[in-house]
Design a protein around this ligand. Structure first.
Ligand code: PEP
Length: 256
């Protein structure tokens, strides 16, 4: 299976932006802007925006995701949200292991794995984020590191469950910085991710996997990044907060 046969996914990651009222306005602008998309369109929004997002996206081609999920099913975990709570709302996707969660909220490869398993067992599609810091890139350990992150994140994930997994390559130095990885850098690491998944699950599973790039993707650079053979979509932060910018990226992905 080559790129044309894989599902391209453009997912917005709103981070800690947008009140429910603001979310409603943004979605009202997004719905007509992306309705002709030839790729999967997802918005991953703060927990407080999920109700309005699910209601407004119902009957449209926009799928809704959360930005995190706890790994336990229920219980004494004040402030946390379970997979069942999200699926009951109508949420389909969840971002897991974003570098901001790893950096500011002590997420580790092990908790990323636990969250990925909880998401899959609860019926959610995890978008698992991996990527290196600038120091790690300069040290030349990007591929080793990303391979390890992928292996640990997928520990215990079955071949059947893998069909619902998305992996996002997000170099930390490119997130929210305006510094984008070159299309060749993005391609190199996305291909390495597909390779390690092939080693774990076989060639066919690897060829079917959606691998996104994320890190300052915007209306100007999306076409070049998304044109690469192993880049099947994008996880978009800043540019997902502007309907017109996000729609241009969705258009770029729709072209393949
Ligand atoms: C992100 O939040 O995953 C991201 C890639 O952010 P930005 O596009 O703003 O770099």
């Amino acid at each position: 299976m080559d790129k044309q046969n894989r599902k391209a996914i453009i997912a917005g990651n709103w981070k800690m932006n947008m009140t429910p009222t603001e979310a409603g306005h943004l979605i009202d602008a997004l719905v007509p802007a992306v309705q002709g998309a030839n790729c999967e369109v997802v918005i991953c929004v703060p927990f407080t925006d999920l109700c309005v997002a699910v209601a407004k996206c119902s009957g449209t081609n926009i799928h809704v995701g959360a930005e995190n999920v706890h790994f336990e099913k229920s219980g004494a975990f004040t402030g946390e949200i379970s997979a069942d709570m999200l699926t009951d709302l109508g949420v389909e996707y969840v971002v897991i292991g974003h570098s901001e969660r790893r950096q500011y909220f002590a997420e580790t490869d092990e908790t990323v794995n636990k969250r990925a398993l909880a998401a899959l067992n609860g019926g959610l599609k995890p978008i698992i984020c991996v990527g290196e810091s600038l120091a790690q890139r300069e040290q030349g350990v990007t591929e080793e590191l990303v391979r390890m992150q992928v292996k640990i994140a997928l520990n215990g994930v079955t071949a059947e469950q893998l069909k619902n997994v998305v992996i996002a390559y997000e170099p930390i130095w490119a997130i929210g910085t305006g510094k984008t990885a070159t299309a060749d850098q993005a391609q190199e690491v996305c291909a390495a991710i597909r390779k390690v998944v092939g080693e774990l699950y076989g060639e066919d599973a690897a060829k079917a996997l959606t691998v996104q790039y994320g890190g300052s993707m915007n209306a100007k650079n999306a076409e070049e990044l998304l044109g690469k053979p192993d880049v099947d979509g994008g996880l978009i932060g800043g540019a997902s907060l502007k309907a017109d910018q996000f729609a241009i990226i969705v258009d770029a992905a729709s072209k393949g």
